[in-house]
Each structure stands twice: as C-alpha cells, then as structure tokens.
Design a protein around this ligand. Structure first.
Ligand SMILES: [Zn+2]
Length: 264
C-alpha cells in the first residue's frame, strides 16, 4: 500500500496538470459514471493529500475523495485523444495538459463540505502538510503521550498520524532507537517530538525522490531497494549498526521489523 509520500506526489501531479482547469471526468468501467457527472467539467480548485487519502476540491463545493488501498493505481498519458481503455478504469481525468486513469481504488467518491469536514476531523496530523505554528506536531505529541498503546502500533493508526505505513514505521523507530512495544505514555515528550520531526524529514525525501530512503548517507543517491533501509524487510540479516540479527514479528496483523540490539 502506498505511504503518504506517494499520495502527496499524486496531489502535486494533479495540481500541476489540472488545477485551475475544467476537468473532464468519466468512468470507462461504469462504476463511477453517476458520480463523475457531478464534477465533470468543473474547475479543479486544488488537490491535497491527508495521509493516504487524496482530496480533489472542485469549484461547485464538491470534493472527490480517493483512497488507493492495496490495489489502486494511477496511470498518466499525454493530452489529446483518449488512449484505448485497457482493464477496469474506474475514473479518467482529462485536461489540456494530461489524461490520468485510476484503477482499483478502495474509495472513489464525491462528497460535500460537511462530509469532508467529518473525515478531516477523524484523520490524524500529516507530517507532510505545512505546520508553521507547530499545532500538528502538538496534536500528535498529545495523542501519543496519553495512550497506553504500543508506539509501534500508534504509528500505524491513521487517527494518530496520517500517512505512515509499514516501511516508515519500522525505520523511524529504529532511527530513534525506540523499542516498538513501549506504550506511548512511557515515552518522553522529547522522544515523541523527535519521531514527528523525523517523519517530516523522511517523508519529504520520499516526496522528492519517490523512494522511501531512510539512511542519511544515501539521501542524495539512488540506492537499490536492498540498500535503502535499516531494518525493513531485513529480518535475519545483521543490523547495519550493531550486527544483531534483525527481528520480525506480527504487530496488530502487520509485519514489524526492528533491532533488539539498537532499540531497547
Ligand atoms: Zn542494531
């Protein structure tokens, strides 16, 4: 499943290719045809991401909410004639600059302002969104410090922090040398704020490069998948820092990777 940085990249793509323009929207597959009519031909005011969800705000007060889930995918084409439809295209967006096709999303629905507000309220702060006054950081910190749930699990809760997935969860905790089973309320404020700051830093690199690189010395490079991370998918291999074998276990149904040497 894509983590927040890739949804932010989609929002950036939409803003570049569609914002300020009337967007023609249809549903070659048919499942989204009725809803597409509510927004097709309207001007896209802006695209924005909160965590793993993309919001396209149109000038008639309606918003298209998209969540790719596990199977959802985007494909972009140059503008002009529509390419022949292959597969199940749920929604197709056309402007003078591009054609985007959306396949297999978990959510693709048109909602109004009050529904948007309800969803926004439910979602935790997103490290990629601007936070000049530190309000989002404070929101995250308070949620973690008041919870008895393990920090490894809290980082995967979209109401605590939006956009973190399995890769960043494992890597951020390794970088902070925090044992993933410690309850949120057992951490210090400094530790929790450091987690937030590091999420901001790592996810920005993800937006810029499109890769989830978490080793500082590789930020400016193009590392292979096997080189990018400290612990993610490295179970049984020696830790790059202390040579302890990397552990794997299931936490709330998702694979958790960590180093019992460095994170204690
Ligand atoms: Zn280690």
């Amino acid at each position: 499943m894509p983590e927040g940085h890739s949804v932010q990249r989609s929002a950036n793509d939409f803003n570049r290719m569609f914002a300020g323009e009337a967007v023609l929207i249809d549903s070659p597959q048919g499942r989204f045809s009725l809803e597409a009519k509510k927004i097709s031909g309207r001007k896209l005011e802006r695209a924005r991401a909160i965590g793993k969800q993309l919001f396209l705000d149109f000038d008639n007060g309606l918003t298209l909410r998209i969540h790719l889930g596990i199977y959802g995918k985007w494909r972009a084409h140059p503008p002009g004639n529509h390419p022949a439809v292959t597969g199940e295209v749920r929604a197709r967006f056309a402007s003078t600059k591009a054609i985007f096709e959306l396949r297999g999303p978990t959510v693709c629905e048109v909602i109004d302002e009050s529904q948007v507000a309800t969803i926004e309220k439910r979602l935790g702060p997103d490290p990629l969104n601007p936070d000049p006054k530190g309000k989002e950081k404070a929101r995250f910190t308070e949620k973690v410090l008041s919870s008895k749930v393990a920090i490894g699990q809290l980082l995967m809760s979209q109401d605590v922090i939006s956009g973190i997935g399995n890769v960043y969860r494992a890597e951020i905790l390794f970088r902070a040398r925090i044992e993933p089973h410690i309850a949120g309320n057992r951490l210090t404020r400094e530790q929790v704020e450091e987690i937030w700051q590091d999420s901001v830093k790592l996810m920005k690199i993800g937006v810029k490069t499109s890769f989830m690189i978490t080793r500082d010395e590789l930020f400016a490079k193009r590392p292979s998948k096997a080189e990018r991370n400290w612990v993610y998918k490295r179970e049984g291999q020696p830790c790059r820092r202390c040579e302890t074998k990397i552990s794997i276990e299931l936490m709330a149904g998702r694979k958790l990777y960590w180093c019992s040497g460095c994170q204690s």
